[in-house]
Design a protein around this ligand. Structure first.
Ligand SMILES: [Zn+2]
Length: 116
């Protein structure tokens, strides 16, 4: 498996981000996406709702941050942010993950079950 280097690693390595990331995870300790589906999952990642693409204003804008679990973040990054060389999907309102909620309803908002 090939790992693509993060071109914005210098932003994630700043003391400003490291401090603000911890404040975000302390204030919002549960995964934003899982919580929508009434699933309580500890958040370990601070996601940028709108991809920052190196723009420091967007990167440090805390209104653009969402606490997420790694599974939701990785799924969102792959499907919405264009991770792994995929084209960027500009419908930022759609965050999808595999599985079902406690009622057996597919969590994936793109699943045909959720089309009505
Ligand atoms: Zn999650």
């Amino acid at each position: 498996m090939t790992t693509i280097p993060n071109p914005y690693i210098h932003l994630y390595n700043t003391s400003r981000w490291k401090k603000q990331r911890l404040v975000q995870l302390n204030n919002y300790p549960l995964c934003y996406n899982c919580l929508i589906h009434n699933i309580l999952t500890p958040a370990t990642v601070v996601d940028h709702d709108i991809p920052h693409k190196g723009n420091t204003t967007i990167f440090f804008d805390e209104t653009n941050w969402r606490s997420m679990c790694k599974t939701c973040h990785d799924t969102k990054t792959a499907r919405i942010d264009g991770g792994g060389g995929r084209p960027i999907n500009t419908d930022y309102s759609v965050i999808t993950i595999k599985g079902c909620d406690g009622s057996g309803i597919p969590i994936d908002l793109l699943h045909p079950w959720n089309k009505n």
